[in-house]
Design a protein around this ligand. Structure first.
Ligand SMILES: [Zn+2]
Length: 119
């Protein structure tokens, strides 16, 4: 089991976080396998730098596509069922953050105040 890393602009990460998008399309640039983990990191829209928000998903399905085949649709699901929301600490200032309306594992997050200060 391998963990792959993808960095996405917040607009592309949002439907994954909200649970409305259960797949990710990628070039086959690694040995993707069902059961592997994916960490999705959010990139700031303007600076293209990591915002500090990241989530963990698991590959549950793989469909190679393209002519020649060089892309894959990765079906993704949260690896662990959790309560609808949980409280974690901002990784920068330590403020409490209540996050998540979708069952998933949020690894790391930065509060709105820190995001605003950093941008
Ligand atoms: Zn903070």
């Amino acid at each position: 089991m391998v963990t792959h890393l993808f960095q996405l602009p917040s607009g592309l990460l949002k439907p994954i976080v909200e649970g409305t998008q259960s797949f990710h399309v990628t070039f086959i640039d690694a040995d993707y396998r069902v059961g592997d983990n994916i960490v999705f990191q959010e990139l700031d829209r303007d600076s293209a730098s990591f915002t500090g928000f990241e989530i963990l998903m698991r590959i549950v399905y793989i469909q190679p596509i393209g002519h020649p085949t060089n892309l894959a649709v990765l079906g993704i699901k949260p690896p662990i069922s959790r309560r609808a929301s949980k409280t974690i600490m901002c990784s920068e200032c330590g403020a409490s953050l209540v996050i998540g309306t979708h069952e998933m594992t949020i690894l790391n997050a930065v509060c709105g105040a820190c995001v605003a200060r950093n941008s």
